[in-house]
Design a protein around this ligand. Structure first.
Ligand SMILES: *[C@@H]1O[C@H](CO)[C@@H](O)[C@H](O)[C@H]1NC(C)=O
Ligand SMILES: *[C@@H]1O[C@H](CO)[C@@H](O)[C@H](O)[C@H]1NC(C)=O
Ligand SMILES: *[C@@H]1O[C@H](CO)[C@@H](O)[C@H](O)[C@H]1NC(C)=O
Ligand SMILES: *[C@@H]1O[C@H](CO)[C@@H](O)[C@H](O)[C@H]1NC(C)=O
Ligand SMILES: *[C@@H]1O[C@H](CO)[C@@H](O)[C@H](O)[C@H]1NC(C)=O
Ligand SMILES: *[C@@H]1O[C@H](CO)[C@@H](O)[C@H](O)[C@H]1NC(C)=O
Ligand SMILES: *[C@@H]1O[C@H](CO)[C@@H](O)[C@H](O)[C@H]1NC(C)=O
Length: 452
């Protein structure tokens, strides 16, 4: 009963906000305006974070957000600092990354292993890589460097390359007992590819570029990347990768796009990688409607994970514009028009500035959360990319992050090494229950907003 009346008032308030003027103004000709807008969106994003509260665990987001999304969020917060110079969240970001690095410095913390897949680990690894590339505040001495953490993820994943079926590839899941162990998907292989290309660019070590080439070639040979540069979701290991899920997602296009751009840059502008960057970028135009970015699921229903995908697509588009400058004139106008549309969705929630999911609607669509905030933050702050310092690297002599080529090699990162209990039905039901409680919280918040 209480739930129903809260829900009704909540919905009423969201609707009431529809006709209101934009709560966030964004003038793309003004650096200060972009920074101010990014600051507002970042504050609302971090208001979801509870990992720094007494008794909570640094790096975790509350339900319904999975562990990987927290890693993705801290990647966004490193970018936030890199683009705006605002250091407000640097300490919590550093604390979170180091806490979740786990005992072996490879983002395989024991608390997460029962549900952790290669893509989950990959998102934390890419956040560490971003920290190295942007010269984010180094960890204190005694802690592994950002570069070493990214290498730890790379090394553990290279060791999981699976030639038992489909002539190679990474499986989605790391552990046999997780459903999805028999799926080889584009995002897991994409995280590995993306990380390998950026490690090659940063260190110049050809081991990384060799793995990048091998992963690209496998994706193409197995048919997860089409001759038209469409990237499909994944393929079944059980039939030797014959049947496929042909869904496309913005983040799968983006993760290969930035990797190809990093290879283009690493090879000093090779024609082959230029063609691949062009092909992926051209194929990505399907994710824009009148110049405004959207996720294919927005025409039906996006789940919690999918609501965040535009954040990564945006992040990797902006970095591509820098590493492969011939894409700049295509990418930046799309980022600008999407950002202008996106902030119009930021009129909801307790703050009155929380953002929605569908930027194409010109208003808030009633969807609120970490993914929505993260995506708007990335699309706004990406407009600052030309004024940013640029990625550093050891090759250029500008990068100084401490590395360890053997990082992760002592890790308990194969299923055989670990004794872990599978996720039980009880755990999953528990997660759904907490989701319901969160929803009540959100609607409860709207009540306060409306009567105050
Ligand atoms: C945790 O971090 C958030 C976001 O930076 C901040 O608003 C909050 O005050 C912090 N909480 C504690 C207990 O430090
Ligand atoms: C693992 O969980 C325990 C209990 O909640 C917590 O004390 C610890 O900090 C967690 N470790 C990591 C790396 O998250
Ligand atoms: C599985 O597919 C790979 C190429 O994708 C092929 O080389 C291999 O022979 C196939 N194995 C079987 C058992 O069909
Ligand atoms: C790229 O150019 C730099 C500087 O001219 C050179 O040191 C490096 O070897 C080149 N890299 C490749 C992959 O050709
Ligand atoms: C660009 O993509 C479209 C399909 O979206 C395709 O028809 C066209 O051939 C592509 N152009 C190039 C140059 O790859
Ligand atoms: C590589 O990226 C840098 C920016 O980090 C850019 O200045 C340079 O022109 C790029 N190299 C090529 C070959 O496009
Ligand atoms: C390059 O990386 C590989 C894989 O981590 C490592 O074994 C090798 O020692 C590295 N080479 C150099 C020169 O650092």
């Amino acid at each position: 009963m209480r739930i129903n009346s809260f829900a009704r008032v909540g919905v009423f308030c969201l609707l009431a906000g529809h006709g209101a003027d934009a709560a966030i103004t964004l003038d793309l000709t003004s650096t200060d305006s972009i920074k101010k807008a990014a600051g507002t969106v970042a504050f609302d994003l971090m208001s979801y974070y509870t990992g720094n509260n007494t008794g909570d665990v640094p790096g975790n987001l509350p339900d319904p957000y999975y562990w990987w999304e927290a890693g993705a969020m801290f990647g966004t917060m490193i970018n936030y600092w890199y683009y705006t110079g605002d250091t407000t969240y640097n300490a919590v970001t550093q604390q979170a990354l180091l806490h979740q690095a786990g005992d072996d410095a490879d983002f395989m913390p024991l608390n997460q292993t029962k549900t952790e897949g290669n893509d989950d680990q990959g998102f934390w690894g890419m956040a560490a890589m971003t920290a190295a590339e942007t010269k984010f505040a180094d960890p204190p001495s005694g802690s592994p460097g950002w570069l070493a953490l990214a290498q730890g993820v790379f090394n553990t994943q290279a060791a999981r390359w699976d030639t038992s079926t489909c002539a190679g590839g990474l499986r989605w899941q790391i552990f046999t007992f997780n459903s999805g162990y028999n799926y080889k998907n584009s995002i897991s292989n994409g995280c590995f590819f993306n990380l390998a290309t950026r490690l090659a660019l940063y260190t110049g070590n050809t081991t990384y570029s060799d793995w990048a080439v091998k992963t690209w070639d496998w994706m193409y040979a197995v048919g997860l990347m089409s001759p038209e540069y469409k990237v499909f979701d994944g393929t079944q290991n059980t039939d030797n990768c014959t049947s496929k899920d042909h869904n496309t997602w913005t983040y799968n296009a983006g993760i290969y796009l930035l990797g190809a751009a990093a290879m283009y840059n690493h090879t000093n502008g090779s024609a082959l990688w230029q063609e691949r960057v062009n092909g992926l970028l051209n194929a990505s135009t399907v994710f824009f409607e009148n110049g405004i970015m959207y996720e294919p699921c927005e025409t039906s229903k996006c789940n919690t994970d999918q609501k965040s995908f535009k954040a990564y697509f945006t992040r990797w588009l902006a970095a591509t514009a820098e590493l492969a400058p011939f894409t700049h004139s295509t990418i930046m106008p799309l980022i600008a028009s999407s950002a202008t549309a996106a902030v119009k969705s930021c009129t909801a929630g307790n703050s009155g500035t929380q953002c929605g999911l569908k930027w194409t609607t010109g208003s808030n669509d009633g969807s609120l959360g970490v993914g929505e905030q993260m995506a708007v933050l990335e699309i706004v702050q990406s407009n600052l990319v030309d004024g940013a310092a640029g990625w550093v690297s050891a090759v250029k002599g500008t990068g100084s992050s401490e590395g360890d080529v053997n990082a992760g090699s002592g890790s308990s990162s194969t299923a055989d090494d670990l004794i872990v209990t599978p996720v039980t039905t009880g755990d999953r039901v528990g997660a759904g229950f907490l989701t319901a409680l969160m929803l009540i919280g959100v609607f409860g918040g709207s009540v306060t907003l409306c009567i105050s």
